[in-house]
Design a protein around this ligand. Structure first.
Ligand code: 6PG
Length: 467
């Protein structure tokens, strides 16, 4: 009997959490997993929600359990598993049945899958918030045809996080727009995390602070302008103790960051779009570098580590806080300008205020500042966030601290690539006359590429052209 309003394939951590969330919000759901035992275990552990969940053991039984026109969420690993699942599913579906890929797909794959689907309904949606978000309210970035979004919006809005009662789930644009916005979200996530980690290292190595102190500083910052999920959990990570040794947890975690690839995709795409996102690029580079532990150890033996304490030259905690405020604004400004560039390039007509509103709750980069960003972008979405009066004021009050922190850390020998990239972006963006006249001169010298003069004439050459 087709009693389920929606179906979900893939009961891994995220899929199981999302299915439970859907059931909890009152929507009967059919579930299927490649390994049947996983489906059985999930259902057995569903408690009060079990009545609304129909576990199925074959794809056919799964499809039959869903009322037409069907909506089926795929929560399988990104890449080939998604294509394989679509191939297995399509022959069992009707022409009006909708497949929704809710994994972390590369948006180019989503574009391709949308094209391959032709008239058959297909959507790619970005879901953020980790397991906790998926279970109790993620942020959802929808992509595909608007009509298809509208069909499932009641479910997706109901399960999403809410900001003052407003759902953090919205349609972004056609094709892979939802997954594109999710990728930029993750790029910003990388940069935000990296800047926090850089400040942590200054406190730990330069200022000799222990993890308890660092945790309390993060907690204190979380009551102010920096209030955000990432600052909150950084405080919790710093405060945590290793159950086995009793040591601070951070002292037993290997300093090599993992990555599934979304940050890298963002950087690659930014290069294609010629969109400057240096904080995000620096964060991806820092992750890559972090995994070269052996080489770093050789480097330390050869050149010596930075001195252990900064003494009188250490930045104050207020300076660190303001450096993070400034770096954060600059990094988000870069992310939003990249989204604007993609919107123009792909003809998606992405609505920047809607994106900022969708990120206010549920997702990993949720923060108080995003509310102000949504407001600033609603006033004018075609200017860099740096130039929105609210953020201009914040930057005016914090860029000197960013400079102090970058300078002090750099002189001391602590690498702060994301903060330094933010500072360089700021300096470049407030310099009306830059240095590219020299680049143009060089290009013309060795390749006669031509340059534009300040008097407006283009295709001009230097004196070397005559020789
Ligand atoms: C989210 C996160 C999530 C991401 C993981 C791991 O928004 O919920 O961005 O989607 O996949 O946090 O990402 P990395 O392995 O690349 O760090």
């Amino acid at each position: 009997m087709a009693t389920s309003q929606i179906g979900l394939i893939g009961l891994g951590t995220m899929g199981a959490a999302l299915a439970s969330n859907i059931a909890e919000k009152g929507f009967p759901i059919a579930v299927w997993n490649r390994t049947t035992q996983v489906t059985r275990d999930f259902h057995a552990a569903s408690g009060d929600l079990a009545d609304r969940i129909t576990p199925t053991e074959t794809l056919k039984a799964f499809v039959d359990a869903i009322a037409e026109p069907r909506a089926i969420i795929l929560m399988v690993p990104a890449g080939k598993p998604v294509d394989d699942q679509i191939t297995a599913l399509r022959p069992l579906l009707g022409a009006n049945d909708l497949i929704i890929d809710a994994g972390n797909a590369n948006f180019h794959d989503t574009n391709r899958r949308s094209a391959e689907a032709g008239d058959l309904p297909f959507m790619g949606i970005g879901v953020s918030g980790g397991e906790e978000g998926a279970r109790h309210g993620p942020a959802i970035m929808g992509g595909g045809k608007r009509a298809h979004w509208d069909r499932v919006a009641p479910v997706l809005e109901a399960i999403s996080a809410k900001h003052n009662g407003e759902p953090c789930a919205a349609w972004m644009g056609e094709e892979g727009a939802g997954h594109f916005v999710k990728a930029v979200h993750n790029g910003i996530e990388y940069a935000d995390m990296q800047m926090i980690a850089e400040v942590y290292q200054i406190m730990r190595d330069g200022m000799g602070q222990n993890s308890e102190t660092i945790a309390s500083v993060f907690d204190w910052w979380n009551d102010g302008v920096l209030q955000s999920y990432l600052i909150e959990i950084s405080g919790k990570v710093a405060a945590a103790k290793d159950a086995e040794t009793g040591k601070p947890l951070l002292d037993v975690i290997v300093d090599a960051a993992g990555q599934k690839g979304t940050g890298r995709w963002t950087v690659i795409e930014a290069q294609q779009l010629a969109a400057p996102i240096p904080c995000i690029e620096a964060a991806v580079v820092a992750r890559n570098l972090s995994s070269r532990r052996d080489e770093r150890a050789v480097g330390q033996d050869l050149f010596g580590a930075a001195p252990t304490t900064m003494g009188d030259t250490a930045p104050s905690e207020a300076e660190l806080e303001h450096a993070l405020i400034c770096g954060k604004i600059l990094c988000y400004a870069q992310g939003f300008t990249m989204i604007a560039a993609a919107s123009r390039e792909f003809g998606w007509d992405l609505d920047l205020p809607t994106i900022a509103r969708t990120w206010r709750q549920g997702c990993i980069i949720r923060s108080r500042m995003l509310d102000d960003m949504a407001t600033a972008l609603a006033e004018s979405d075609d200017r860099n966030l740096m130039f929105a009066p609210f953020f201009t004021n914040l930057i005016k009050n914090s860029h000197d601290a960013l400079r102090q922190v970058v300078a002090k850390a750099t002189l001391h020998g602590i690498a702060v690539p994301a903060l330094a990239s933010g500072l360089a972006y700021f300096d470049a963006m407030r310099t009306a006359r830059g240095s590219a006249d020299m680049i143009q001169g060089q290009r013309d010298f060795f390749g006669l590429h031509g340059f534009e003069r300040f008097d407006g004439r283009t295709g001009q050459h230097g004196p070397w052209a005559a020789t």
